[in-house]
Design a protein around this ligand. Structure first.
Ligand code: FNR
Length: 184
């Protein structure tokens, strides 16, 4: 049966390296997989009053429904101040509530972090991983994906990765993620 992987990009920037890497990753899944970019920039900041007192924003309803339908989630994110960009944390929070209706629950996940700097978004990767533990998402452990100096292997004019070695590494991540998904 076809598996549907949701892709979440932790940057809203036009020309985002994260989005380019996410688009490359999307191309690498097997034929019986579909990938779907779920946009997170339009989600109002989470406020529990929306759920407790209403009305629940339409954006929340649509996003929660879309996440619920996924078989797995792939997060591709930069690091902001050694942590997860707020827009991505907000998306996690929105789809984790109301209490008892966490639609991330049980979905296999993978994290690819990146940076033009030397540490490849390690801090963001592991802060995100910590949240996924609580959300009960079995998360790919190996290979770890911290893409450092990302600006050096992306052709921004073409919007693609410019070397085969990086493409091979991205393929190894997707292959391992598919194996994880098949286990669930
Ligand atoms: C950054 N950047 C950054 N880089 C890093 O390696 N560690 C960090 O902690 C931070 N912190 C940070 C905070 C904020 C608010 C911004 C805007 C940026 C730099 C970041 O890695 C760089 O801008 C990436 O290009 C962002 O990813 P996208 O937008 O290209 O996907």
């Amino acid at each position: 049966m076809t598996k549907n992987v949701g892709i979440f990009v932790g940057s809203l920037r036009k020309g985002s390296y994260s989005r380019i890497i996410a688009q490359e990753l999307a191309k690498l899944f097997p034929a019986d997989y579909t990938t779907q970019f779920l946009e997170i920039g339009n989600l109002p900041l989470y406020n529990q009053d929306f759920d407790d007192l209403g009305p629940v924003p339409t954006e929340y309803v649509q996003f929660r429904t879309a996440v619920q339908k996924l078989d797995a989630a792939l997060f591709v994110t930069p690091e902001y101040n050694r942590s997860v960009p707020a827009v991505l944390k907000n998306a996690l929070d929105v789809a984790s509530r109301p209490y008892g209706a966490n639609v991330w629950d049980g979905k296999p996940a993978a994290i690819v972090s990146l940076s033009p700097g030397t540490m490849g978004g390690f801090g963001a990767n592991h802060h995100l991983r910590q949240a996924l533990v609580f959300l009960n998402m079995p998360t790919l452990q190996q290979p770890e994906a911290y893409l450092s100096h990302v600006d050096q292997f992306i052709d921004t004019a073409k919007g693609e990765v410019n070397n085969q070695g990086t493409k091979d590494f991205l393929q190894s991540i997707v292959n391992a993620f598919v194996q994880l998904i098949e286990r669930y």
